[in-house]
Design a protein around this ligand. Structure first.
Ligand SMILES: [Mn+2]
Length: 336
């Protein structure tokens, strides 16, 4: 069986699972990004079209508003213990779940509490596998995005893709490929994007909403970040740092571009974007061009992601955090 057939078979398996259930929990990873939101909404719209009920619940849905142009974005719920699920599920809890863009159980955050037993869980993801928590785990690390995998469900279901569905499918791929520029971008992504444009997606509108609509405070913060730029290991690594008092933005996704800028320096391979989210506690976004596997670096601090983009959290003072990250990065030279 070739890869294309295997893909179709997996999509069919998932569509049969969908057929067998009526009410679905949908969720995605904590600190949801463009692919997480878009793939979840794309599945929600597909289920709706297939006559199924679904409810989208994230551990932390409240701050990121830039995806509110996606249909039913306003229906995404934030997890809380008090959340009443009776209106959505007859016995008050989900019996089936489809989990998108989540490589490991803990990256589901508090939504873990809602998962039915694993045989009723489907996981669709493109991160390197960390743990299998689904009865059906569809993982394709060769896919740019989870959303590009969800597109296959659309194809196999045979439904007609409308403009709202097309916007969701386009958004997830656009986001995870860094506007079709990262090394994960495939011919399939361009081909799906072309189809979405034919359905009516306007690229400037979506790119504008996601990447070029910054608040005044966000741009000031990006400026502060750039001013903090430091070079390490003879320029191989560059870091950007923001202290808690620098972080005047509500929506952290507005300054995520600093991660990409940290790896854009000529001669550099790895970029670190470090921000202090609590006193002496830092969130780090890692990016690399080709030498360092930042997924391995992030894993050393219980984080993770992909080879070229990952994240983690580390306690300590600024210089301690940078020193720990650099020592993990150096380990990869010793091993090679
Ligand atoms: Mn993704």
């Amino acid at each position: 069986m070739d890869a294309v057939q295997a893909y179709k078979k997996m999509a069919d398996t998932i569509l049969s699972f969908i057929e067998e259930h009526d009410n679905f929990l949908l969720s995605a990873h904590i600190n949801a990004d463009g692919d997480a939101y878009a793939s979840m909404i794309a599945v929600h719209l597909l289920l709706t079209e297939l006559g199924k009920n679904s409810v989208m619940i994230l551990t932390d849905a409240e701050t990121v508003q830039r995806y509110d142009f996606l249909k039913h974005f306003d229906r995404i719920l934030s997890y809380s213990k008090e959340l009443d699920l009776i209106p959505y599920f007859p016995d008050g809890k989900p019996r089936a779940a489809i989990i998108l863009d989540v490589p490991s159980y803990y990256r589901l955050g508090k939504v873990q509490n809602l998962l039915p037993s694993s045989e009723h869980v489907i996981k669709i993801d493109h991160h390197p596998i960390e743990d299998n928590f689904g009865g059906i785990d569809w993982v394709d690390t060769g896919s740019s995005s989870t959303t590009a995998m969800v597109y296959e469900l659309y194809v196999q279901s045979g439904i007609k893709i409308d403009l709202d569905m097309a916007k969701a499918l386009y958004t997830g791929i656009l986001y995870d490929t860094g506007r079709f520029s990262f090394s994960n971008t495939t011919a399939r992504d361009y081909s799906i994007a072309a189809k979405m444009l034919k359905i009516g997606v306007r690229p400037a509108e979506i790119t504008g909403r996601i990447f070029f609509e910054n608040s005044f405070d966000a741009l000031k913060t990006i400026g502060k970040g750039l001013f903090s730029l430091e070079s390490h290991l003879n320029g191989l690594v560059n870091s950007i740092y923001l202290s808690q008092s620098d972080l005047i933005v509500q929506d952290q996704s507005e300054i995520e571009e600093l991660a990409n800028l940290s790896v854009s320096i000529k001669g550099g391979d790895t970029g670190l974007f470090i921000r202090e989210i609590k006193p002496d506690f830092h969130k780090i976004s890692l990016r690399s061009k080709e030498k360092i596997d930042v997924n391995q670096v992030a894993k050393a601090f219980d984080g993770g992601g992909h080879k070229r983009a990952a994240g983690c959290r580390i306690a300590g003072k600024r210089q301690e955090v940078i020193a720990s990250l650099l020592s993990e990065i150096k380990k990869q030279f010793n091993h090679s």
